[in-house]
Write a protein that binds this ligand. Structure first.
Ligand SMILES: O=C(O)CCC(=O)C(=O)O
Length: 279
């Protein structure tokens, strides 16, 4: 993360990183995303296995190791938690060197992955505006003598272009430093003053602090928007997926068996990487 990127991230609370993934990564991730969507869609008509603390209904596929909420079709979104278990193609995003360089620059304690969500937003769908201003400790943005000091941050990976009107990820820049909760009622990202959509190309990524007010503009196109969201934070933070909130990371033994030791460390909470050290 260079000086300009650090300045912009501190000033705005997010960064759009162009051409972050290679063409080969985009191709392989896009195919895995489509296969995951087909698998998850086959689950959504049966009764839920779990209801999250926030009231979201989840179907759990224990064999493939994921939780899905939502539905397909006009106006809906399908949210697949723990997508890392679904396909070895997703291993490329675990200890992804370019990502880790950004994460280490903004999370001061040893970072781990605490959240993985495949977000599939069908035409007509929007993601309500949330966060910004005073938030709890787990989402907080801070700056100290060592520089940027984030709690939870997210990297969003794009496997196809998202043009204006196609359900762009959106932000109210700089609200990670706001002292006030947004006074705008309804959480409609299309109507919230200051909200800006961030169009991207396939292979781009967006890094943001969860302290920033953000959401997803209405998808007014016929293209379904498919994005991979990976959350990071200090090692002591447990799962921040809604389906497994504050539980241990949900990584299947078969997924763990594929990983290198460095990849495994990204899912080990409450441990330090080096004996006697915190980093
Ligand atoms: O991309 C979107 O529609 C919203 C995503 C979001 O809220 C998040 O990644 O925290």
């Amino acid at each position: 993360m260079n000086d300009i990127e650090q300045y912009e991230f501190d000033r705005l609370g997010y960064l759009v990183i162009p051409s972050f993934l290679t063409d080969a990564e985009v191709t392989s991730l896009a195919a895995a995303v489509d296969a995951a969507e087909a698998d998850a869609l086959a689950q959504v008509d049966r009764p839920p296995d779990k209801i999250s603390a926030y009231g979201l209904e989840y179907r759990h596929n224990a064999e493939k190791g994921y939780f899905v909420s939502g539905a397909g079709g006009e106006g809906n979104a399908l949210l697949i938690d723990e997508f890392f278990n679904m396909d070895p193609a997703f291993d490329a995003l675990v200890n992804h060197a370019p990502t880790m360089a950004y994460i280490r620059a903004i999370v001061q304690e040893r970072p781990t992955i605490n959240n993985s969500e495949l977000r599939i937003r069908y035409p007509g769908n929007q993601t309500g505006a949330h966060c910004g201003g005073p938030v709890g400790l787990k989402l907080r943005y801070n700056y100290n003598a060592r520089g940027i000091n984030c709690m939870m941050v997210r990297m969003v990976y794009f496997v196809h272009d998202v043009e204006p009107g196609q359900g762009e990820f959106c932000v109210v820049p700089a609200t990670h430093k706001s002292n006030m909760v947004s006074p705008y009622k309804g959480n409609d990202p299309d109507k919230e003053p200051g909200m800006v959509g961030l169009p991207v190309k396939a292979g781009d990524a967006i890094l943001f602090t969860e302290n920033l007010r953000h959401g997803g503009l209405t998808n007014r196109s016929r293209q379904t928007r498919k994005t991979l969201h990976v959350g990071y934070g200090p090692f002591w933070m447990k799962s921040q997926n809604h389906s497994t909130m504050d539980e241990e990371p949900y990584i299947l033994p078969s997924t763990f068996a594929r990983y290198t030791e460095c990849q495994r460390m990204l899912f080990r909470a409450h441990q330090t990487l080096f004996e006697g050290g915190s980093n």
